[in-house]
Write a protein that binds this ligand. Structure first.
Ligand SMILES: Nc1nc(=O)c2c([nH]1)NC[C@@H]1CN(c3ccc(C(=O)N[C@@H](CCC(=O)O)C(=O)O)cc3)C=[N+]21
Length: 294
């Protein structure tokens, strides 16, 4: 039996279309145009592509998009000044500072400066804490996208064993916290975990977010499990070009899993769609209105 392939690209198109319909209602009924600002420091080519895609998706959904580019030599104060200006701008409801930042800029200080209400990445400690205790919060886009695909595939997640491989602040930890909120039994595994393959084999839900190309093999997957591959690794091909692979060895895992996300076309597109959804949510909360039902 081969696994069902979870089509993140198709799913993300539905999420983006829904965000677009909400934006239409907000414009017509509340004279409110949600605005998203993306701050990019430096010229990392991968980040540039990603930032351009975000800008395009934002405009397609009818929102205002602003891109702020700073030189790779920008000081921390220059980045903070941009954040402060965006915090004060009433036409901007979401602020995303593209990570990683150059080494002279303290990431934590920048994230801490973002108004938590405008923190569409959900990386501010206020949002991390609010999510953890069950208060309304901005939830990080990648884990949110993963959760949407899991619920769409499995329905109620209560009681399932979830193993998250990776403990980053941007994916692993918030993913684990969201799965706990859905009543999963959650294990966070990482580089020091003993007998990682055996731990993974206990997972009904296996989320791979380690950043190591094809580390998770087919025989680490419990038959029938749902596998979410967060990894996006560019590796060289024989012909000198490159290809994208996840943290899961797809060709092996697809033979064992019940359902699996591909790379590309899985988690990545959902991340961008959730960014738009979060920006709509943020705009409604800032305006003190209920999010439209569409
Ligand atoms: N503050 C911040 N928030 C982020 O959410 C954030 C960030 N910084 N820094 C970089 C990472 C990376 N990231 C991606 C999102 C979508 C795709 C995506 O759409 N990928 C496509 C293919 C992309 C390709 O072909 O290269 C896919 O997987 O199908 C990729 C990568 C968000 N990040």
């Amino acid at each position: 039996m081969t696994a069902t392939i979870i089509d993140g690209k198709a799913f993300s198109a539905r999420v983006r279309a829904e965000a677009g319909r909400k934006v239409m209602v907000l414009k017509e009924q509340h004279d409110l145009t949600p605005g998203l600002a993306v701050v990019l420091v430096g010229e990392d080519p991968a980040s540039q592509v990603y930032v351009r895609n975000k800008g395009k998706a934002t405009v397609e959904a009818g929102m205002k998009s602003e891109e702020i580019r700073l030189d790779v030599t920008a000081t921390e104060q220059e980045v903070l000044d941009v954040v402060h200006r965006l915090n004060a701008d009433p036409t901007i409801h979401g602020i995303l500072v593209q990570l990683p930042l150059p080494k002279q800029v303290d990431e934590m200080a920048v994230l801490d400066a973002i108004d938590p209400m405008k923190d569409v990445d959900g990386f501010h400690v206020i949002n991390t804490g609010r999510q953890a205790v069950g208060l309304p919060a901005m939830v990080p886009c990648t884990p949110l996208g993963c959760l949407m695909m899991l619920k769409d595939t499995l329905g109620d997640l209560s009681g399932l064993n979830a193993v998250v491989v990776g403990r980053s602040n941007i994916v692993g930890k918030p993913m684990a916290s969201l799965l706990l909120s859905e009543n999963c039994t959650v294990t966070i595994a990482h580089s020091r975990t003993r007998d990682l393959p055996a731990v993974c084999r206990g997972a009904d839900i296996l989320v791979a977010a380690v950043g190591r190309p094809e580390m998770i093999r087919g025989d680490w997957v419990k038959p029938g499990a749902t596998v979410i591959d967060v990894g996006i690794n560019r590796i060289p091909k024989e012909d000198g070009k490159t290809r994208l692979v996840g943290d899961v060895c797809f060709d092996e895992a697809v033979e064992v899993a019940g359902a699996i996300t591909p790379v590309p076309g899985g988690v990545g597109p959902m991340t961008i769609a959730c960014l738009l959804a979060n920006t709509v949510t943020a705009a409604c909360r800032q305006a003190g209105i209920d999010e439209p039902e569409v």
